[in-house]
Every structure is written in structure tokens, then in C-alpha cells.
Design a protein around this ligand. Structure first.
Ligand SMILES: NC(=O)c1ccc[n+]([C@@H]2O[C@H](COP(=O)([O-])OP(=O)(O)OC[C@H]3O[C@@H](n4cnc5c(N)ncnc54)[C@H](OP(=O)(O)O)[C@@H]3O)[C@@H](O)[C@H]2O)c1
Length: 270
């Protein structure tokens, strides 16, 4: 079994560690490194994983090193590890948004395997989507480890080029916030109609959950699901026609194009 070091014991690494151990991964093969004690101790006590405040010690122990610190810390963390240990047989898996393989390669400064991933926030509930891109020099076995890790928090999709990380960021990475905005607007209108705050929240969240489950459980085109609940001349149809007249599909396209533009801009400036 591959030994895995998690650098950072924050929300996302914590979710991946929990998912992995719940799926039966041997906790004695997993170490988590975090400067402050509280979060790594909690993971140790709950799941039995090893813990340390020393990234070098953790990296030395492991074959696979999961970089789960904030993006602005990735290069310093990589440079520090590479300075102190032989990384030639290690595989680095980054979950940091916006941090490119080239940036990591530069700070690691020696040849090693690098996989860049883009998970999304629902991964924290095991309902995530993760895009993965492997740079050259990554073995099939190392890819399998990355798959096992990220599958423990949701579904995964391998990407053929690093550019596609930007594309998946626009769809599943930023996507949860698009749905939140829509739900916020519906919640506000429920309030305007006289429902209490709690009622409005419940009505909207249960409707969103039910709609998402219908999409999951009926693998027919989503447009067909919509047509099935939209009778001609009815109330739903009035709302749908209003959305279309106001250009909702184009509004969504524009927003996703803006996100893509921003992702490219950030990659260029980094
Ligand atoms: N959260 C998400 O939904 C999400 C989605 C996609 C991608 N990501 C990516 O996941 C990464 C982590 O995000 P997060 O939300 O999990 O952040 P987070 O909860 O703030 O976790 C970051 C952790 O890194 C620790 N840390 C700070 N400096 C460190 C160092 N030098 N060595 C080791 N650990 C160190 C922090 O410890 P202290 O608290 O003790 O400082 C903290 O526990 C980010 O790069 C982010 O882009 C997150």
C-alpha cells in the first residue's frame, strides 16, 4: 500500500483523508502535516492517521505527497521539501487552485512526478467533482493512487491537457456558486411572497435537491425533464418563457466565459 503524506490539515485535505480512511485505506500508511496542532490532532484522534508539524518528516515517510495548502504557499512548501529530501521517486499531487505544473516543477527543481487536480467544494461532503491532469513522467501506478484519493470524495475526470483544468474550473469548480446564486434569488422571492425565512430556505433547498436527484436518476436529456414538468399555458411555462425572454441561457454562457477569461488571465499572471 502506498504511503501518503498530506501537507495541510485544512478543509479539503481533511475531507480527502476522511473519505480515504472510510473506504478502508490503512490509517498507519497516512500521515498529515500541519503547523498548528488542533486540526491534525483531530484527524489523528478520529481516523488514526499519523501526524506531524514537519512537512519534511511527512514527505520523507511517503511515496505520494498531497499538497493541500493555500495556493500562495505551494511554491515555498515544494521548494522546502525538495531542498531536504530525495524527491526522485515521489509523486506530488496538488489540489491548489490556479497553481500550474510549471510553477511546481520550478520550485521542486528536480525531476519528479506531478499531478494537478481541481476538486470542488462539495468534495467536502463526498459529492465532489475532481479534474485531474498528469504531467509527463507520472507512472500508471501513481495515477491509480491519485484516482483512489480523489474518488474518495466524489467523481473524477482525467483531463488530456492542463488547459482543460481551466475548463473544468468554469463548470464544476465554480459551478456550485452559480447554483447558490440562483437559489438565493428564489429564496428572496419566496420571502417576498410571505414565507418565513426558514420556510423560504427549506422550500428552495428541498426543491434544488429534488431537481438534482431527478437529473441523476433519470438519464434522459435535461431539456426533456424540463419539458415533462412544463405544460403548455401553465404556470411553469410562464416562468420558463420569462427566463428565455430575459436571455437566461445567454446570461449563463456570458458568465462562464467570464470565468474562463479570468482563469486564463490568472494563469498568465502567476
Ligand atoms: N475548500 C475548497 O472547497 C477547495 C476547492 C478546490 C481547491 N481547494 C484548494 O485546496 C487547498 C486548501 O484549501 P482549504 O480550503 O482546505 O484551506 P484551509 O482549510 O485553510 O487549509 C489549509 C491548511 O494548510 C495549513 N498550512 C498552512 N501553512 C502550511 C505549511 N507551511 N505546511 C503545511 N500546512 C500548512 C493550514 O494550517 P493552519 O490553519 O494551522 O495555518 C491549514 O490547515 C487550496 O490550495 C485550495 O485552492 C479547496
Amino acid at each position: 500500500m502506498t504511503k501518503i503524506a498530506f501537507i495541510g490539515a485544512g478543509n479539503m485535505n481533511g475531507a480527502i483523508i476522511s473519505g480515504l480512511i472510510k473506504k478502508g485505506y490503512d490509517a498507519t500508511q497516512v500521515i498529515v502535516s500541519n503547523p498548528s496542532a488542533e486540526k491534525r490532532l483531530a484527524l489523528h484522534q478520529k481516523l488514526g492517521v499519523l501526524h506531524t508539524d514537519n512537512n519534511i518528516e511527512a514527505s520523507e515517510f511517503a511515496d505520494t505527497i498531497v499538497l493541500g495548502v493555500k495556493p500562495h504557499l505551494i511554491t515555498a512548501v515544494c521548494a522546502d521539501i525538495s531542498k531536504h529530501i530525495d524527491i526522485s521517486n515521489k509523486c506530488f499531487i496538488s489540489i491548489a487552485a490556479g497553481c500550474t505544473v510549471a510553477q511546481m516543477q520550478t520550485s521542486l527543481a528536480k525531476p519528479c512526478a506531478i499531478i494537478r487536480t481541481m476538486p470542488n467544494t462539495p468534495s467536502q461532503l463526498g459529492l465532489g467533482v475532481t479534474g485531474l491532469y498528469s504531467a509527463s513522467g507520472v507512472s500508471e501506478n501513481q495515477k491509480l493512487v491519485a484516482e483512489e484519493l480523489m474518488s474518495s470524495v466524489g467523481i473524477i475526470k482525467w483531463l488530456a491537457s492542463e488547459d482543460e483544468i481551466d475548463n473544468i474550473t468554469v463548470v464544476s469548480g465554480s459551478g456550485p456558486a452559480y447554483f447558490f446564486l440562483f437559489m438565493e434569488a428564489m429564496e428572496q422571492q419566496a420571502l417576498n411572497l410571505g414565507f418565513t425565512a426558514q420556510e423560504s430556505r427549506e422550500l428552495v433547498q428541498q426543491t434544488a435537491l429534488g431537481a438534482a436527484q431527478m437529473v441523476v436518476q433519470n438519464q434522459i436529456p435535461i431539456s426533456e425533464l424540463r419539458a415533462n414538468v412544463t405544460s403548455k399555458g401553465g404556470t411553469t411555462n410562464a416562468a420558463i418563457q420569462s427566463f428565455i425572454k430575459d436571455g437566461l441561457p445567454q446570461v449563463v454562457t456570458n458568465a462562464m466565459n467570464s470565468a474562463l477569461h479570468r482563469a486564463k488571465e490568472m494563469a498568465q499572471n502567476s
